[in-house]
Design a protein around this ligand. Structure first.
Ligand code: SF4
Length: 119
């Protein structure tokens, strides 16, 4: 499990503390969403608007067609890579998820290496 996962476990039932500040420097990171684990609670949506409800009532990542992704990847786990200053939002969404369906990992990947079809 990643460091982020361990942190998320510790705070999974807590509201965001506000102790994190929005990164001033863009960060490249991968967001993974396990749609198989998602229970449609939608706590993530209010923390990060890149998480949205899909037609099947389960969360997806905005701009990612879960059906197309699953057909291509053979998995219910979506992933998208971002390079921006919103990693804090993604991590807050991950912490809020009661089933730990979201994982955020900082990476060296460049934007454009997106698996989920996002820019
Ligand atoms: S918070 Fe977790 S369980 Fe709820 S919709 Fe988001 S990913 Fe799914």
């Amino acid at each position: 499990m990643t460091t982020e996962g361990a942190t998320r476990d510790e705070a999974s039932e807590s509201e965001p503390t506000g102790s994190e500040t929005t990164a001033s420097e863009p960060t490249t990171y991968r967001v993974r969403l396990d749609r198989g684990a998602c229970e449609g609670v939608f706590a993530c949506l209010v923390r990060d608007d890149r998480f949205v409800e899909a037609a099947d009532g389960v969360a997806t990542i905005d701009g990612v067609d879960p059906d197309a992704f699953e057909a291509r990847a053979g998995s219910e786990e979506l992933s998208a890579t971002f390079a921006d200053d919103r990693i804090v939002d993604a991590r807050q969404a991950a912490r809020a998820c009661p089933v730990n369906a979201i994982d955020v990992t900082e990476t060296d990947a460049r934007v454009g290496a997106t698996e989920g079809g996002r820019e």
